[in-house]
Design a protein. Structure first.
Length: 346
């Protein structure tokens, strides 16, 4: 028997394939175990490309691995996490954890009680662009963060390279652009600016899929005194697959993240007129020095499991973001009424 970590996959779609490819960088430490997807053709393609073995059921995957990736559509995550935790497996679960806050909380409680290593797919936590921005913000020369303008747009992901339509089904996705996509943005607000004290939000539904909002506009106030706006939209402009533009005004530094979520550029201008910009390999190199551990989230997960160390970002980090998403929906349902968040963990 080898000492390699046996990894299983449940869900062989877009993001499962992404993680499988990222795991190539850990190939010496892992053994490719089972994969299950009710779409047998997908499972077979995944297996052919990765070296995993197609299994006839979820249980067969779970019974044959030490660590499992849960990469199904969102509504299946909770049930599968529970089954994996009951077997003591390490778990990588995609974001959002669940279609609602209460379920996300109970999933985090479940993995904590089971004592299993857990990681969530809030991938921007390791993005060079956001790591560098965090560093630029925390440089005393910048002064305090005053306000942030966060724009996030993509074509509604039920077309193009997404190759599936479940994101228009509230039973599977829970809701729309905010939960399914901008939970990443909420997580970055926490990472860059700290706890949120209160917020207001509005949502719209231009496409008409029930409970699947395609625009969210929110206004946030942080406990630090900083404020922010978030505009998140799912449009039909197929020339814009997924783009974020983040503009941060500190007292003495202006920072912009644009282009690619990972490779930037990140540019800045200080009160003395000096400017800077980093992108691509230069950004990756500079940000890599700020990171304790690998930038590849899947290599980091494998190392955490093998080293019996906590993985990050963990389910509790996701629950914090779910709490803000839930508050935004509550505000939107009350015509943009202010929702106070004091007492939340973040
Ligand atoms: N972290 C990120 O940046 C990121 C990016 C994309 C998707 N996601 C998340 O990943 C999840 C999957 O998204 P996707 O884009 O890969 O979707 P997808 O449609 O490409 O793949 C999902 C797959 O899950 C399968 N599936 C459904 N129920 C299953 C079950 N019980 N057992 C096994 N397989 C099952 C489907 O047949 C499908 O093949 C979603 O929760 C999504 O929000 C995260």
């Amino acid at each position: 028997m080898s000492d390699a970590l046996r990894i299983g996959f449940i869900g062989a779609g877009l993001i499962g394939t992404f993680h499988s490819k990222m795991l190539r960088a850990a190939s010496a430490q892992i053994e490719r175990a089972g994969v299950y997807d009710p779409d047998f053709e997908r499972a077979q393609q995944f297996a052919d490309a990765s070296g995993h073995t197609v299994c006839p059921s979820e249980e067969a995957v779970l019974d044959g691995c030490d660590a499992v990736y849960i990469c199904t559509w969102t509504s299946e995550h909770a049930r599968l996490v529970e089954a994996a935790a009951a077997r003591g497996l390490a778990i990588f679960c995609e974001k959002p954890l669940a279609t609602d806050l209460a379920t996300a909380r109970s999933m985090a409680d479940g993995v904590r009680k089971a004592g299993v290593t857990n990681q969530v797919g809030l991938i921007l936590r390791r993005s060079p662009a956001y790591l560098m921005t965090h560093q630029l913000i925390n440089d005393p020369q910048a002064g305090r963060v005053m306000t942030v303008i966060f724009g996030d747009d993509q074509f509604i992901p039920i077309q193009g390279h997404y190759g599936s339509t479940w994101r228009s089904d509230p039973q599977k996705a829970g809701s729309g652009a905010l939960l399914e996509h901008s939970i990443h943005d909420i997580d970055m607000f926490h990472y860059l600016c700290g706890p949120i004290e209160r917020l207001n939000a509005h949502r719209s539904n231009f496409h008409g899929y029930e409970h699947i909002e395609d625009v969210v506009s929110a206004s946030l106030r942080f406990t630090s005194g900083a404020t922010a706006t978030l505009t998140s939209v799912w449009h039909d402009n197929l020339a814009r697959p997924s783009l974020r533009r983040v503009e941060i005004f500190c007292e003495r530094r202006h920072i912009v993240i644009e282009g690619d979520d990972w490779f930037g550029p990140v540019s800045w201008m200080d009160s003395d007129g000096s400017t800077g910009a980093l992108q691509d390999e230069a950004l990756v190199g500079a940000a890599g020095a700020l990171l304790d551990g690998p930038a590849n989230p899947d290599v980091a997960f494998v190392q955490a499991v093998l080293g019996n160390a906590p993985a990050w970002p963990d389910f509790d980090t996701a629950v914090d973001a779910h709490g803000i998403v839930d508050a935004m929906y509550r505000s939107a349902d009350a015509n943009g009424a202010t929702v106070e968040l004091r007492g939340m963990r973040k």
